[in-house]
Ligand binder design. Structure first.
Ligand code: FMN
Length: 302
């Protein structure tokens, strides 16, 4: 559980949380970084190769890059799995085990593709399956296992689920303080963290939802029994949110992001996508130039 105790964490984010963002977050002071969710069947069957010039590890299938990691993040990288099947989950986790510190199970994704396959937030409605997946991983993988959930309709139901998850032997539990139907614009329910912490006492509880400043994380840790705090959009908009001395400008963070992307030879489409998420002002010159860009050289000015 030490891996997850008193930590400031980069949340799992599809497309955004690829290698350059994770390395940058670590540089700025994040203690732990999550991979984007990767579905079991997507990683199963990939080939692992190492790029000697950058040290980057590539997992590819049919010419398509599925997952990229770097030895420098290995002891702080949590691989997040999308799955609805204990055996496939274990196979997928075993495949990447040598390059990561821990495995996390996504039990919060509300997107249709997850729900129809019984993955993500669908697991909240099938706690037996959720716990079977966790138990299978905990018993067989030989790495810490964690789990990320959303709130259920009532505090009692959430607490009951959290206790079941705790009993599987996981090393940590992340709670995104929104229900499955709540969208990012709906305010998170920070008041739900304490009852969960009171019920789950043997493992660290990680708070997630609406943390946009370093001080927010410090405050919640000082006023509740929350152990660690996970940033998603706060880190996407400005990865320097992890700096204890306060953030740099968004522009500086974007420049640093581009440097990291070049260093690890990140796919340009992914670099461009992430930068476009970072800049909220879609009318700005910077955003317009980004939209038109086709190579990294064209945005090197950013
Ligand atoms: N949550 C996951 O568990 N797995 C994901 O792969 C994932 N991808 C996301 C991608 C983006 C671009 C965003 C904005 C969120 C994603 N989330 C994912 C949800 C976040 O991890 C987090 O739970 C949510 O955004 C609330 O945190 P925030 O208020 O700090 O943004």
């Amino acid at each position: 559980t030490a891996l997850y105790t008193n930590k400031h964490i980069l949340a799992p984010m599809v497309r955004v949380g690829t290698l350059p963002m994770r390395l940058l977050a670590l540089d700025y002071g994040a203690d732990l970084v999550y991979s984007p969710e990767i579905v079991d069947k997507a990683i199963i069957g990939t080939q692992r190769t190492v790029d000697e010039s950058t040290g980057t590890i590539h997992y590819t299938k049919g010419g398509k890059l599925v997952f990229q990691a770097h030895p420098s993040e290995k002891d702080r990288l949590v691989f997040q799995l999308g799955t609805a099947d204990p055996e496939l989950a274990l196979q997928a986790a075993q495949l990447v085990k040598q390059d990561v510190a821990a495995i996390d199970l996504n039990c919060g994704c509300p997107k249709k593709f997850s729900i129809v396959s019984g993955m993500g937030a669908a697991l909240l409605k099938d706690p037996e399956k959720l716990c079977k997946i966790l138990c299978t991983l905990v018993e067989n993988i030989g790495l810490p296992v964690s789990c990320k959930i959303r709130l259920l309709e009532s505090t009692e139901k959430t607490v009951e689920l959290c206790r079941m998850i705790e009993a599987t032997g996981v090393s940590a539990l992340t709670v995104h303080c929104r229900t499955q139907d709540e969208r990012p614009r709906d305010p998170g329910h920070w008041d739900q963290f304490e009852p969960i912490c009171q019920a789950v006492t043997s493992i660290p509880v990680i708070a997630n939802g609406d943390f946009f400043k370093h001080e927010d994380a410090i405050n919640i840790r000082n006023t509740t029994s929350i152990s660690s705090v996970m940033f998603a959009r706060g880190a996407m908009l400005n990865p320097s949110v992890f700096q204890p001395q306060g953030p740099t400008t968004q522009h500086e963070a974007a420049q640093a992001y581009i440097r990291k992307a070049m260093l690890v030879d990140n796919l340009f489409q992914n670099t461009k996508y992430t930068l476009m998420q970072m800049y909220e002002d879609t009318k700005s010159d910077v955003f317009q130039q980004l939209t038109r860009s086709k190579t990294i050289q064209q945005i090197w000015w950013v």
